[in-house]
Design a protein around this ligand. Structure first.
Ligand SMILES: C[S@@+](CC[C@H](N)C(=O)[O-])C[C@H]1O[C@@H](n2cnc3c(N)ncnc32)[C@H](O)[C@@H]1O
Length: 229
């Protein structure tokens, strides 16, 4: 992603993803109540931090957390760092450990009490890449550590699905994106959504518990998972 698209990201993601404004707050709140990450000074991984929405929220809710923010995009990391520097709440938080890398390439065995992955898995093809990503996340967690995973999911078969699809276009249009723009927007390109049964199979293979549903807005769904002992 280029610097200009990183700058554009914060505007367009809210117009494109229903419920986005609540996602970071909800994800952090879930982890903050988890058995390991509720402890003071817990270590938390923000995988695919993008422009820093989850980091800002983590600083606001849990300034004591030891945050590791990773993203392979230098432009996204730079945008996140700049955004955090501008927020007074960020100054209260513990220093963030920034790393330009993917989850798969990260060296972190059982290091984290919790992890957040918001709108990241969806961009990886289901050709072994999704499993590698989830396995790396599972490896990075301590046993009992929890993961909040949010993604655009493939719809289950339903006679009303075409209406749900139409509602997404209507949502984007009401948010200020023309239907023609939505079709070409970078955020909708290169997405590889899977269904919930496929997700359940992948997370089991990765060593994570069954995904517990915690959020849904149209086809955007969130899950809470735990690393199995
Ligand atoms: C759609 S953005 C989501 C950013 C942020 N989590 C949010 O909710 O706004 C997805 C981010 O994941 C990053 N990403 C893609 N593949 C990744 C991987 N394998 N490991 C870690 N981050 C990845 C991208 O560079 C991008 O910044």
């Amino acid at each position: 992603m280029s610097t200009s698209s990183a700058g554009h990201y914060d505007l367009i993601v809210q117009q494109l993803v229903p419920g986005y404004a609540s996602l970071a707050r909800l994800s952090v709140a879930l982890l903050a109540t988890s058995p390991l990450a509720r402890a003071a000074g817990a270590t938390v991984l923000v995988a695919g931090c993008g422009t820093g929405a989850e980091l800002l929220e983590a600083h606001a809710q849990r300034p004591d957390w030891q945050l590791s923010a990773i993203d392979p995009s230098a432009a996204m990391l730079a945008a996140a760092q700049q955004r955090l520097e501008q927020q007074p709440a960020a100054a209260q938080g513990s220093p963030i450990h920034w790393q330009q890398t993917t989850v798969e390439a990260m060296q972190a065995e059982a290091s984290f009490d919790g992890a957040l992955s918001v709108l990241v898995l969806q961009s990886l093809p289901d050709d072994g890449s999704k499993l590698a990503f989830l396995s790396a996340l599972a490896r990075s967690l301590k046993p009992g550590g929890q993961l909040v995973l949010v993604d655009l999911m493939a719809p289950e078969r339903s006679p009303l699905q075409s209406q749900v699809d139409a509602a997404w276009v209507q949502f984007q249009s009401a948010s200020g994106i023309a239907a023609s723009e939505a079709a070409v927007a970078g955020l909708t390109q290169g997405i590889h959504p899977i269904g919930t049964s496929r997700l359940a199979a992948l997370v089991e293979a990765a060593g994570l518990s069954d995904p517990a549903p915690i959020f849904q807005a149209l086809n955007v769904q969130g899950f809470l998972l735990q690393k199995l002992p």
